[in-house]
Design a protein around this ligand. Structure first.
Ligand SMILES: Cc1ncc(COP(=O)(O)O)c(C=O)c1O
Length: 449
């Protein structure tokens, strides 16, 4: 590709794109560069691929473009903010957008969780949440509470804290010893007992009791908190069994542990409510968000804490910083502008309610794939679904990757991780587009041996 066209996304694209310099994240780089999939435009529910084909977005970008692509209101808010004030430090200085966005998030968050700490990604939101939990105990004279409890198959981003409390082996094995003092709950995926359950599975609430064992081993007074995704997204849409989160909540309360929900995927309507905690009826002490906070348009994340956690940390001489944590781009004015415009869209178009109303149609559609070749489980909630395939002898995840490629070649973007295909389209998806996504998968399953 010429220098000129590489600087201008709207310029005609050739097939001569030099792909060697870009080290792609979470990508099979060699496979990709031999067989590239390149997107150049996005509008509504569709991408346009480099070869001009339309591709239906079955994953909202990466679980983030909840209001659909190319939203003019967000673009205009971003442009306005860039021209009004592009940047101001967030350290010892404020700007109106950050206060407004924090207040708007607090208004839709579960009651009592109304202190918002901004970061720039889900990974940073998780680091912030873990550090707030430690600082809270420290401020209350319990600095010995330094342990965390994560969960097998958990994904909390790829920075060192999140990686350490996460439980996906591929994300950990190359990176050394990680944080000390982390224990893990068992994951709740139980295909034998729960296969093809619609919504929350019946079996497995007792898995939460493993927390009592960890507490008995170390002593509650050494543990800062427990972090889980209310629904595991990256590990393949694993829903909490009925009663499981309630048990975790009760055990944390009994022992003074903070319960942290990582809502980076589940936040902003994905489960048919603003947040999963509301959809599932269990309230954490701290939760994280990112992705849908700006509809994916500008990077942003946040950790949102109960007021008493915030207030406990507000100690010491008034001129001294209370929490030595933050990022150059925390509460970036442009991200805040994008966030406010995004919340306006969610509200004015009733997208969370829309997701809840469409959920039964979605559920029926995705479960219609039961019985297709090699499908061993289908899981769903809100506008999200995971389909687990039988592994093939030629390699872990190979069959699912072939299905993913087949879908893309036939105009539908899905997500593949291991043996799982995940679906999470923008919440503006129509019933007929739900049908298109499911048909593409059905055809792919039948074609891929
Ligand atoms: C639950 C959860 N936490 C954290 C992250 C990390 O977010 P980011 O990629 O924005 O750092 C993700 C990303 O998918 C996630 O699903």
């Amino acid at each position: 590709m010429s220098q000129k066209s590489s600087q201008n996304a709207a310029a005609p694209l050739s097939n001569e794109l030099d792909m060697s310099a870009y080290w792609m994240p979470f990508t099979a780089n060699r496979q990709f560069k031999a067989n590239p999939r390149v997107l150049v435009e996005a509008q509504g529910m569709h991408y346009t691929a480099m070869d001009g084909r339309k591709v239906l977005d079955g994953v909202a970008g990466l679980w983030c473009v909840n209001a659909g692509h190319g939203r003019r209101e967000i673009a205009e808010a971003v442009e306005r903010q860039l021209l009004t004030m592009d940047y101001a430090t967030a350290f010892q200085i404020g700007h109106p957008g950050a206060f407004e966005l924090a207040a708007r998030i607090a208004r839709i968050a579960p009651e009592g969780l109304d202190r918002v700490f901004f970061a720039n990604s889900g990974s940073e939101a998780v680091e912030s949440a873990l550090k707030i939990a430690l600082a809270y105990h420290h401020a209350r004279g319990q600095a010995q509470r330094t342990r965390f409890v994560g969960r097998e198959k958990g994904y909390h981003g790829c920075n060192f804290g999140g990686m350490s409390v996460g439980g996906l082996v591929n994300n950990r094995r190359a990176f050394g010893a990680l944080l000390p003092y982390v224990d893990y709950l068992p994951h709740t995926l139980d295909i034998k007992r729960n296969a093809f359950t619609k919504g929350q599975p019946e079996h497995g609430a007792e898995l939460a009791d493993a927390l009592e064992g960890i507490i008995a081993l170390h002593g509650a007074d050494t543990i800062a908190g427990v972090i889980v995704e209310p629904m595991s997204g990256s590990a393949g849409v694993i829903l909490p069994p009925k009663g499981y989160l309630e048990r975790l909540r009760a055990i944390c309360d009994r022992h003074g542990l903070l319960l942290i929900f990582d809502e980076v995927i589940t936040g902003f309507g994905r489960m048919g409510a603003a947040f999963a905690s509301q959809a599932l009826g269990v309230t954490p002490d701290i939760f994280t968000v990112a992705k849908g906070i700006t509809n994916g348009a500008i990077p942003m994340g946040a950790a949102i804490a109960k007021r008493e956690i915030h207030d406990a940390i507000m100690q010491g001489p008034e001129h001294v910083i209370e929490l030595f944590h933050g990022y150059t781009y925390s509460g970036h004015p442009v991200a805040c502008a994008a966030g406010l415009a995004t919340l306006d869209i969610y509200e004015s178009e009733g997208l969370f309610e829309r997701a809840a109303a469409l959920a039964p149609v979605w559920e029926e559609a995705v479960h219609s794939l039961k019985g297709e070749p090699h499908v061993v489980d289908i899981r769903n909630t809100g506008i999200v679904a995971g389909m687990e395939l039988e592994p093939r002898a030629d390699g872990a995840g190979k069959r699912a990757f072939d299905v993913y490629q087949d879908c893309f070649a036939n105009g539908v973007l899905v997500r593949q991780g291991g043996e799982i295909i995940a679906l999470s389209p923008p919440l503006i998806v129509t019933e007929s587009q739900v049908g298109e996504i499911v048909d593409a998968l059905r055809n792919a399953l039948r074609r891929v041996a």
